[in-house]
Design a protein around this ligand. Structure first.
Ligand SMILES: [Ca+2]
Length: 379
């Protein structure tokens, strides 16, 4: 009898406890709350880590202004000068990794200098080269293409597109950074903004970082170390501006004909690189997956002719294009002709309205500017 009573009691207790077990929704909500709180603390730790590292780099390794007190704000002109002196004084094989920055984002982290031309070295075993660092729109952008005034001819051969051309001196100089440089820059993976020395980063690297200040707002998404963000800025002849973002912009090496690949689009200019919104057109004009073509190397899908010859530039032509930013510079927006060879972006001003300014610039996807204020899309 006692056994029966005990069994009954146990059964009743189980039923009661089962009724108090939280529902899946509640569990989910609780987990979400926990996740949010851990992301919050992770975020703070990361900010602190980045700040500590920057401080360490500026005051312990690189800048040692003898007269300045370490807690006083760094004098930019002075520190930049001392950085220059130190850079040129050191032999190239010194092994000092802080001699040159890997890209403009590391330069921005280190010194926050104004926009301008700086030397970078994406890989320690290669010669440094000059790039334009755009420190607007949150800073840290390495510019790979720039059109401003039509002074530089972009109708060039494979070798020139490979090594780069244009002027690298004045504020409004036009250039193509060069496919080899672009390949190296993007291949190395851009995650310099997340300091590898940072404990928090090491701790969470295996799990993949789960948060980011993403286009100016805090959104949750997966970001793999090394991912980059390409920003394309456009301005027409009325001074109207727009922009497009592409995640994970990559090109293959020369053997692979500098084939283009990119991920998600966002922005206001429309996704011309993917060929616009019509499925039918995308097949023939999307640039994703296309090899690079120049007037002397035809790798496009236009069998009857050469897109590069017709469109006056080197580009990832398909059959032929929905974006032609290396095309011909027309002085007044709208133009007529046999071929739509202007500097065009189909999804914004169409194929017969050539743009006045263009630039293509890249930085790590996970980038904290000004200690985490977040880079908004700008105007
Ligand atoms: Ca062809």
């Amino acid at each position: 009898m006692k056994t029966v009573f005990a069994t009954l009691l146990l059964f009743l207790l189980r039923r009661v406890s089962a009724s108090y077990r939280s529902s899946p929704e509640e569990e989910c909500r609780r987990e979400l709350l926990e996740l949010r709180s851990s992301i919050g603390s992770l975020q703070s730790s990361l900010l602190i880590g980045a700040w500590q590292l920057r401080n360490l780099r500026e005051h312990n390794h690189f800048y040692r202004p003898s007269t300045e007190h370490s807690s006083s704000p760094p004098n930019l002109n002075k520190t930049m000068k001392s950085a220059e002196l130190k850079t040129t004084a050191l032999p190239k094989t010194s092994g000092n990794l802080i001699v040159y920055d890997q890209d403009c984002s590391t330069l921005y982290n280190r010194a926050q200098p104004p926009s301008g031309f700086y030397r970078i070295r994406p890989r320690s075993d290669m010669e440094p080269f000059l790039v334009y660092c755009d420190m607007t729109h949150g800073g840290g952008w390495t510019v790979v293409q720039r059109r401003r005034n039509g002074k530089v001819d972009f109708n060039r051969d494979w070798e020139e597109y490979k090594s780069g051309f244009g002027h690298f001196k004045e504020k409004n100089d036009e250039f193509w950074l060069g496919n080899e440089h672009i390949y190296t820059l993007l291949k190395e993976g851009m995650f310099s903004n997340i300091p590898p020395e940072c404990d928090v980063y090491l701790k969470y690297r295996r799990r993949i970082l789960l948060f980011a200040f993403y286009y100016g707002s805090l959104e949750f998404r997966l970001i793999l170390p090394g991912e980059n963000l390409m920003r394309i800025d456009l301005m027409d002849w009325n001074g109207q501006r727009t922009y497009a973002f592409y995640e994970n912009f990559r090109i293959s090496d020369e053997k692979g004909k500098y084939r283009l690949q990119f991920g998600l689009y966002s922005g206001k200019a429309g996704d011309a690189l993917s060929g616009g919104s019509h499925m039918k057109d995308q097949w023939s004009i999307s640039h994703n997956g296309m090899p690079f073509s120049t007037r002397d190397r035809d790798h496009d899908r236009y069998l009857q002719g050469s897109c590069a010859k017709e469109n006056k530039g080197g580009w990832w032509y398909n059959r032929c294009h929905a974006a032609n930013l290396n095309g011909k510079f027309y002085r007044n927006g709208e133009y007529k002709g046999t071929h739509d060879n202007g500097m065009v972006w189909l999804t914004w001003r169409g194929l017969w309205n050539s743009l006045r300014h263009t630039s293509m610039k890249v930085r790590p996807l996970l980038f904290m500017d000004s200690l985490g204020s977040g880079a908004g899309p700008g105007e």
